[in-house]
Design a protein. Structure first.
Length: 159
């Protein structure tokens, strides 16, 4: 059942919870694709990065607690992550709609995001909201020891 999610701008005090959710959600949705990369993206890795884009981050709250977040960079959606215990409860959709609204208000007619190739759960969410795969790309993902190569779907949406 969907909750009534509150979406608001992230605050510096939210950073520890954002880091925890980012880690837990990333591991739940991506670790099986490349266990070597997953081992190099542990909780300290995400905690160190969590506050780097706080002014362009939204959080999803229910019952007084943060359960997910999204962020943007330029005309792209940088992240949409939800605590695994709240997968499929509407928060991913609510966060995606909120960040899309911001990018539309900024005047972007076409926006993009990258989704790890094979992550069908995330791709399904995006496609449900009008996104489509424009191409598959060779991408890079950050780890404790630098960037590692991955394959991603470059997805786009037009307003």
């Amino acid at each position: 059942m969907d909750h009534e999610w509150q979406i608001r701008a992230a605050r510096p005090a939210d950073v520890p919870m954002i880091g925890r959710i980012w880690h837990d959600s990333w591991q739940a949705g991506h670790a099986d694709f490349d266990p070597e990369i997953a081992a190099l993206r542990d909780l300290p890795y995400f905690m160190a990065r969590a506050g780097g884009n706080i002014e362009r981050t939204l959080v999803g709250i229910w019952d007084g607690r943060i359960w997910g977040f999204t962020g943007w960079e330029g005309d792209g959606v940088a992240q949409v992550f939800v605590a695994p215990s709240n997968f499929r409860r509407g928060l991913g959709s609510a966060l995606l709609a909120a960040v899309e609204d911001i990018l539309k208000e900024q005047g972007h007619e076409k926006i993009w995001l990258h989704c790890l190739e094979g992550n069908e759960r995330a791709r399904s969410l995006y496609e449900k909201h009008g996104w489509s795969v424009a191409k598959t790309i060779d991408d890079q993902i950050g780890t404790h020891i630098g960037f590692k190569p991955i394959r991603s779907w470059h997805m786009e949406k037009r307003f």
